[in-house]
Design a protein around this ligand. Structure first.
Ligand SMILES: [Zn+2]
Length: 409
C-alpha cells in the first residue's frame, strides 16, 4: 500500500503541475473542494466530499483492481487535500483517495473489493452541497437501533446505485424552502426526537432520560399536526432507537419535508437555570451555546470550532432567515403553552447555534430545547403527560403560526 501511495503521489504532483500551469488565476470557474470525510458505520461506510457549490458529477466502476470513482466537473482540489488518502480497516474498502484528474475534474477513487460489496449509492445533498458515497458490504444485518424501515436513510440496501445529475431547476437547489418558493404552504413536517437507543441524551437527577421525553413530545406533536392540520408529519425515529445526526436530515430531504423540527431537553451546569430556548443554524460566539451544541452533537467543543468553515458557507443561505422565523414562532408559542403548567417559565429566546443536525436539511430547520432536565422543577414537569402534551401543543401552535405567515396556511 505504501508504494501505491508513493506512485500515486508523484502522478498527482505531475497532474497538479499541469493543472496549475493551465489554470487561470482570475475568474477561476472551478469549485474548490476543501473537505473529504468518511464514517465507518456498523453496516456501511460513508464517504462525503464537501464541495459547497453546485457541480455536475459522474461516477462509475473500474475492475482489476476494483474501484468506484466519482468525477466532479468544474472543480479543483484545495492544496490541503492534494495527495490525501485514507486507509480503511473494513475488508470491503481498502482506501479512499482524491486527485485532480484533469485541469477541471477532480476524481475521488474508492479502492474496493467488489466480491464483498452488496451495493453502493452515489448521491448529492445540499446546504452545503456535497457528494456522498455509501457502500454496503454483504452479510451485514442492520445494526440494533437502526431506524424503522419506513424511515430508512437513502443507504437502503435494496436500492440500486442511482446515477444522478444535478438539476438547476430543482426547487431545493438554492436552499429556498419549497414552501415559500412554490407557494404551497406546508405539507410535510419532519419531527426529530433527539438521541435514542444507546444515546440517552441528558439525564435528570431522578433518572429521567432526554430521549424518552423527546420521543413522547414528538409523538404528541405528530398527532396534532396530522389530526388538527392535516399535515403529513414524519418522525426520524418512532421508538427507542438511535439514528445518525446526518441521517436525520437525509430522511427530511428524502421526504421532501417543508420543515424540520428537532426536539430536545436542555442541560446546564447551573441546575438553577431553567427555561425554553430555540435554535436555528448559525455560528455562535456564545460559549454556553457552544457547550450545548457540543453535547447535542456528541462531539467536542474543538470539533465545533472545525465546523466553522462549513458553517461560514451556509450562513449566507436564505434558509437561515426562514429557520429563524420558524424558531421565533415556536419559541413564543411554546413558552405560552408551558406557562399554563409552569408559572414563570423562562423565555431564553431564539439563538443561532452550530448544531450538526440542522446542517443537512434543505428546508427551514430548528432545534427546540423544550425545558431543562438539569433543573429539578422542570424535570418533575417533564415527567408528566400534561407538560409533554403542552410542549407538543406549543410547538404545534408555533408551526401553525409560521405556516399562516407564509400566506397559504
Ligand atoms: Zn438533546
Amino acid at each position: 500500500m505504501k508504494s501505491a501511495h508513493k506512485s500515486f503521489g508523484s502522478v498527482l504532483l505531475a497532474v497538479l503541475a499541469l493543472s496549475l500551469a493551465a489554470a487561470p488565476r482570475q475568474d477561476d470557474p472551478r469549485a474548490e473542494i476543501v473537505n473529504l470525510r468518511n464514517y465507518t458505520h456498523a453496516n456501511f461506510t460513508r464517504v462525503v466530499l464537501d464541495i459547497g457549490t453546485l457541480r455536475e458529477y459522474t461516477f462509475g466502476e473500474l475492475r482489476d483492481p476494483g474501484r468506484i470513482y466519482v468525477d466532479v466537473l468544474q472543480a479543483k482540489l484545495n492544496p490541503i487535500l492534494q495527495g490525501q488518502s485514507y486507509a480503511f480497516k473494513a475488508g470491503y474498502i481498502n482506501q479512499v483517495r482524491i486527485s485532480q484528474k484533469t485541469a477541471s475534474t477532480v476524481r475521488l477513487v474508492l479502492d474496493v473489493d467488489f466480491s464483498q460489496i452488496q451495493s453502493y449509492r452515489v448521491y448529492h445533498l445540499f446546504d452545503p452541497y456535497r457528494l456522498v458515497v455509501d457502500i454496503y458490504p454483504h452479510g451485514k444485518e442492520a445494526p440494533a437501533g437502526a431506524p424503522p424501515a419506513k424511515t430508512r436513510p437513502p443507504g437502503d440496501k435494496t436500492q440500486p446505485a442511482v446515477k444522478r445529475k444535478v438539476d438547476p431547476n430543482d426547487p431545493n437547489f438554492n436552499g429556498t424552502s419549497m414552501a415559500r418558493q412554490l407557494g404551497l404552504g406546508v405539507r410535510t413536517v419532519v419531527i426529530d426526537p433527539g438521541h435514542g437507543g444507546p444515546r440517552p441524551g441528558t439525564i435528570g437527577r431522578s433518572g429521567l432520560q432526554e430521549k424518552e421525553v423527546n420521543l413522547a413530545v414528538a409523538l404528541a406533536l405528530r398527532t396534532l399536526l396530522r389530526d388538527k392540520a392535516g399535515i403529513d408529519a414524519i418522525l426520524t425515529r418512532e421508538s427507542d432507537v438511535d439514528v445518525g445526526l446526518d441521517d436525520r436530515t437525509v430522511i427530511a430531504n428524502q421526504k421532501r419535508a417543508d420543515l424540520f423540527v428537532s426536539i430536545h431537553a436542555n442541560a446546564h451546569r447551573d441546575r438553577r437555570r431553567g427555561g425554553v430556548e430555540t435554535f436555528f443554524l448559525n455560528i455562535s460566539p456564545d460559549p454556553s451555546v457552544i457547550e450545548l451544541a457540543a453535547a447535542e452533537n456528541a462531539t467536542s467543543t474543538k470539533n465545533i470550532g472545525q465546523m466553522k468553515s462549513i458553517l461560514e458557507k451556509i450562513v449566507q443561505n436564505n434558509k437561515i432567515q426562514e429557520s429563524k422565523d420558524l424558531a421565533e414562532a415556536i419559541q413564543k408559542n411554546l413558552c405560552r403553552a408551558l406557562a399554563r403548567d409552569l408559572a414563570g417559565v423562562q423565555n431564553l429566546g431564539v439563538k443561532g447555534g452550530p448544531f450538526w443536525v440542522l446542517i443537512g436539511g434543505e428546508m427551514p430547520s430548528v432545534l427546540v430545547e423544550i425545558s431543562h432536565l438539569s433543573n429539578a422543577k422542570e424535570e418533575a414537569k417533564l415527567k408528566t403527560k400534561k407538560y409533554r402534551d403542552l410542549a407538543a401543543q406549543g410547538i404545534y401552535d408555533g408551526i401553525m403560526e409560521y405556516v399562516h405567515s407564509l400566506g397559504k396556511g
